[in-house]
Design a protein around this ligand. Structure first.
Ligand code: HEM
Length: 451
């Protein structure tokens, strides 16, 4: 993919703004990378000791990122000079020419093509939220039959099945799709050599398997206007934007749905289940809320009937945002917090620390689902920052929200109908931050106890 030629990124030596402190304590060669990845809470404490809105953080060698310390700077994400093309360099096989690597007009037309089936009314009209409900009810039933399910594993299966099912894959083909998707993820292995049997070779082979099947589905949709559903809407949107010559981009976007919508929601739903298992009083209130309605919501418009479960979803995302930070490369100079930041600079927006900022959340370290309940207004851009802001705001926001509330209600209704409630079998999971923020798998073991 072509990248614009950008000047070398600035360093504290080349951009000497007095208001930009430099985070101390970086290690030779790796800078703050280890601390950032393995001890993020300590890293955040280091950051919070700095004064000002922007700060330099070393990314190793002489690479520096400018951290937006002040949450009010979220607005910068809307600036048209903010590019995401550097994401391509991180995972070319996975991201390809998908929305997450495109700026400007190519991004706009792709996004316009895909938006409609992901809106609340689109999710209802295409039967998507109904399929999600069906998958969730079935999977919760499976979980209830296991004496000590690992919540993270159950939620991963659930989240991936949802993506494939809403793309029209029949239930009996899911095992094959899951297996091949896991092979595609081998592309993230540090071994980049390509020889028969190597991780990269296997990833490419699995990608070809998936691509061939998606192509067949796309061809069938184009031939038969009677086919409906989310993928059909995406294909028709794609063709309406006159992007038909670029089916590679469409397929990259279908793969992006699995990548972006799987581990993120699985992590959030696991935290939800673990908090319910840890706090019987919260569980009782959630059961009461679910029983008052008596059914899993089928449409996004029905979610308002479950304010506490929605609060649980939002509070889990606040404390454990799966995507802990996002970054942009500046294509043009941008004025940020009274500093003219030159083209080529990388700006990091640290969602994890913004979500624990006492200026916006009283008692920020405390898990309080009720802070979201009984409000008259919709969540502000900062309160949904776990899903980003600006043109790349998460396409699957309503899928994630609907799916998580459906999960909370299904769990409460099905377990309580059996006279059971979940409890943690081995303590409460620690958070892991390498890649996405997820609960540590082994700490997510549940058990069922008499309610
Ligand atoms: C809790 C769940 C989720 C979280 C926290 C989340 C978070 C995010 C974030 C932070 C971004 C933007 C990254 C950036 O600006 O650099 C993003 C983009 C995206 N997400 Fe999600 N996501 C979630 C669920 C989903 C689901 C369920 C889907 C699809 C079914 C999805 C599809 C996408 C797509 C396609 C993009 C790219 C949008 C664009 O570039 O225009 N996500 N997501």
């Amino acid at each position: 993919m072509e990248s614009p030629t950008l000047p070398a990124p600035p360093t504290p030596e080349t951009l000497t703004a007095p208001s930009m402190p430099k985070l101390g304590g970086g290690w030779p060669l790796v800078g703050h990378n280890f601390r950032r990845l393995f001890w993020p809470m300590e890293f955040l404490t280091d950051l919070s000791g700095l004064q000002g809105d922007l700060a330099w953080v070393s990314m190793g060698r002489n690479n520096w990122s400018i951290y937006a310390l002040n949450p009010s700077l979220y607005d910068v994400l809307k600036d048209k000079s903010c590019s995401v093309r550097h994401y391509f360099e991180v995972a070319p096989t996975l991201l390809g020419k998908s929305l997450l690597t495109q700026d400007g007009e190519p991004h706009r037309s792709g996004r316009n093509a895909m938006n409609k089936p992901f809106t609340p009314s689109g999710l209802s009209a295409q039967g998507t939220s109904e399929i999600m409900k069906e998958v969730i009810e079935r999977q919760v039933g499976v979980m209830l039959q296991k004496p000590d399910p690992l919540a993270l594993i159950e939620m991963r299966t659930l989240a991936l099945d949802i993506i494939f099912r809403i793309l029209g894959i029949p239930h009996d083909e899911l095992d094959g799709w899951r297996e091949h998707y896991e092979e595609v993820m081998l592309t993230l292995s540090p071994v980049k050599l390509r020889f028969p049997g190597s991780p990269e070779w296997r990833a490419e082979r699995a990608r070809a398997w998936i691509t061939e099947r998606i192509q067949t589905r796309i061809a069938a949709i184009r031939q038969d206007p009677a086919i409906t559903g989310l993928l059909a809407e995406m294909v028709r949107g794609w063709d309406a934007q006159e992007l038909r010559g670029d089916d590679g981009g469409l397929i990259d976007n279908v793969l992006l749905l699995a990548l972006a919508g799987h581990e993120t929601t699985a992590s959030t739903m696991t935290w939800m289940a673990c908090h319910l298992a840890q706090d019987p009083a919260l569980w009782d209130r959630v059961v009461a809320e679910a029983q008052a309605v008596g059914a899993v919501p089928q449409h996004p418009k029905d979610l308002a009937q479950f304010p506490l479960i929605e609060g649980l979803f939002r509070e889990c995302l606040r404390l454990y945002p799966p995507v802990t930070s996002i970054s942009r490369r500046l294509l043009e100079p941008v004025e940020i917090a009274e500093v003219t930041v030159p083209a080529g600079a990388e700006i990091t927006f640290p969602i994890l620390s913004w979500n624990r900022d006492a200026r916006h959340y009283p008692d920020p370290e405390r898990f309080t689902p009720d802070r979201w309940v009984g409000r008259e207004r919709r969540p502000s851009p900062l309160e949904t920052i776990a899903f980003s802001f600006g043109p790349h705001f998460c396409l699957g926001y309503h899928v994630a929200w609907t799916e998580s509330v459906q999960l909370g209600v299904a769990l409460a209704l099905q377990a309580s109908a059996k006279g059971l409630r979940p409890a943690m079998a081995e303590g409460f999971p620690k958070a892991k931050y390498v890649g996405l923020c997820t609960p540590e798998k082994k700490g997510t073991r549940l058990k069922w106890v008499a309610a």
